[in-house]
Design a protein around this ligand. Structure first.
Ligand code: DON
Length: 589
């Protein structure tokens, strides 16, 4: 979906300048806050077998404001709010609620998330509205009588963490927004009550979750007659519309203490879940200081624990910065260094990070340049270093969603929200019309044993009542060397969120790609365990793969890695690009 600027002449001139004169500098009109202080973009070559061509135009250019998400309808909802005078936070909250309607595979009011805000006046904030473990949760609640891990942390009522999404979005709005909850909920209520037309991507997502979704209350809505809603059918969600109206009228109390809380707890009781009204009443989102790190003169503002995203990205990028010059994109040296940096950052992540309300987290050390220099000394430029042997497994088809927003004043919001895997626990709250998360699986349900993402995590992320489970979500705002807004970026994809988000940033800073190329470029992933350098099919040239194998890397092929949605400031406005590997839309004006 593309909405061009209201002054197409200026916009097209700026675009033409960018495309036609790669060595010239293209000056921006004042509306976008001046030209970003970054080098001009360069052309890039992708491997011959790669699925995307380099040099594609951006999906959307907008002079003033932009929303990019995994649903064009939800992006349009955010954009509508800004056209009506709302700021980027108003728009982010409107987009978040709309995603709960149009992208229920991951968008939600039954899950949680993180938001990084950078206001044009320089204020920055990070909001943690991650789910917490219910008060009745216990360390070994997912082990059977013989101590083996069950799948109860993934499917069904016991997998559900206390949802933070409604409290989080309302809190962001209260502190940084300008509109009422009722105003920003209006587009979502309309989409739920009037319905929208389902596309083939929606149907595919439902088909993938059919085996467990049909065990719960949502079966008749999403699988009428036993089959997933067909492309072209209209999905109307009257129960969800009613729930959203209740929130609009009575605020967060409706969800955490009132009628919706009653429905949620009744649902828990029907299915053997443990969330109580006391759990809901005590849920509180937490404001935190963003992780502020630098990379070659640029500044990254990202999410601190309880997410591992900001720390792990900072640690990996600090290691890469110790190399005076970045290795050429796509070379064996590039893949080797990326793999080595991510591998080391994930070793620390998996072992040392957890909810800061429960464990001490050595943030200062992990994000310091001195520590990065120490880690660099452990990297052999000719050989892969093995991560100690532990079995791992990696699940495909999981779901979270990231959206990026910029308004006409230059306020920027990066938000990532999730139910954990596709359609979360599958549990649909009878009468209230929404799906609940399975975020409990992000804990180390059995420290030392892999979770559904193959992450092998330690004691610090063990289950405890009221504790937040460690996340990889990495909503990030990048500033150029002059302190101006450059990128709003983040991703879905479990641990690959960290590596995918940071590679889009590296592609822009180190390889000077346009945003369209930075998003289309092939990606790599390493998470320490399993000890495998993952690459996308066709994303590494055969000779590079031979070199990497000779260096001792185990290579793991994936159809695709990571679902990123990003906005980049360019002369004259913004480029918006939704994940080319998935559904979505960039909508601006
Ligand atoms: O918080 C986390 O790290 C995970 N629950 C994210 C899950 C995810 O990204 C799945 N999506 N594609």
């Amino acid at each position: 979906m593309r909405h061009l600027t209201s002054r197409p002449g200026a916009a097209l001139a700026a675009l033409a300048c960018l495309l036609a004169a790669p060595l010239a500098s293209c000056r921006a009109p004042a509306a976008a806050g001046g030209a970003p202080a970054v080098p001009v973009r360069q052309s890039v070559t992708f491997p011959a077998g790669w699925r995307f061509a380099a040099g594609a135009p951006p999906e959307a250019f907008a002079e003033h404001a932009m929303v990019v998400s995994n649903s064009g309808l939800a992006s349009a909802a955010g954009s509508e709010i800004m056209r009506r005078g709302g700021n980027a936070v108003d728009a982010a909250v409107a987009t978040g609620f709309a995603l709960a309607v149009t992208y229920p595979v991951a968008g939600n009011i039954g899950g949680g998330g993180y938001m990084v805000i950078r206001m044009a006046d320089g204020r920055t904030a990070a909001l943690d509205y991650r789910e917490v473990a219910p008060l009745a949760a216990t360390r070994d609640m997912y082990l059977d009588a013989s101590g083996r891990l069950t799948d109860r942390s993934v499917v069904g009522h016991l997998a559900v963490g206390v949802p933070g999404a409604v409290a989080g979005m309302a809190e962001a709005l209260r502190r940084y927004g300008t509109m009422s909850l009722a105003d920003v909920l209006a587009p979502a209520i309309r989409l739920a009550a009037e319905g929208f037309v389902v596309d083939s991507n929606f149907t595919r997502g439902l088909a993938g979750a059919q085996s467990f979704m049909t065990r719960f209350e949502g079966a008749s809505l999403f699988y009428p007659g036993g089959a997933p809603l067909a492309p072209g059918s209209r999905l109307v969600q009257p129960d969800l519309a009613r729930t959203l109206r209740l929130i609009a009228e009575r605020g967060t109390d409706a969800f955490y203490r009132g009628e919706i809380a009653d429905s949620l707890v009744a649902e828990m009781q029907r299915g053997g879940g443990i969330i109580t009204k006391a759990d809901l009443a005590r849920y509180t989102p937490v404001w935190r200081e963003p992780i502020r790190s630098t990379y070659r003169g640029y500044t990254l503002l990202s999410m601190p624990p309880s997410s591992s995203g900001g720390v792990t990205m900072a640690e990996a990028l600090n290691v890469l910065e110790t190399y005076e010059r970045p290795a050429p994109f796509g070379s064996a040296a590039y893949a080797h260094r990326l793999g080595a940096a991510y591998q080391r950052a994930f070793v620390d992540r998996n072992e040392l990070l957890g909810d800061p309300a429960f464990v001490d987290v050595p943030l200062g050390r992990l994000t310091s340049k001195a520590y990065a220099r120490e880690l660099r000394r452990t990297i052999d430029d000719r050989r892969a270093t093995p991560t100690p042997e532990v079995a791992g497994r990696m699940a495909e088809g999981t779901h979270t969603t990231h959206y990026s927003v910029v308004d006409a004043r230059g306020n920027a919001v990066a938000t990532t929200t999730t139910l954990n895997n596709s359609y979360g626990s599958g549990v649909y709250v009878r009468g209230a019309g929404f799906i609940l998360n399975d975020e409990m699986d992000d804990f180390a349900a059995q420290p030392g044993k892999p979770n559904m993402f193959g992450l092998v995590q330690g004691e610090r992320n063990a289950i405890a009542p009221g504790k937040r489970m460690l996340s990889a979500m990495s909503p990030t705002v990048v500033l150029d060397p002059a302190g101006g807004l450059l990128l709003v970026v983040g991703a879905a994809g479990g641990p690959t969120i960290i590596t995918g988000t940071s590679q889009v940033i590296l592609n822009v800073i180190d390889h000077r790609m346009s945003l369209a190329d930075a998003m289309r470029a092939p990606r790599l992933h390493h998470q320490a365990l399993p000890d495998t350098l993952r690459y996308e099919t066709g994303g590494l040239a055969p000779a590079v793969m031979d070199s990497l194998r000779a260096m001792g890397h185990a290579l793991g092929e994936r159809g695709s890695l990571v679902n990123v949605n990003a906005i980049m400031r360019v002369p004259g406005g913004y480029h918006g690009v939704h994940e080319p590997r998935a559904a979505g839309g960039a909508v601006g004006y």
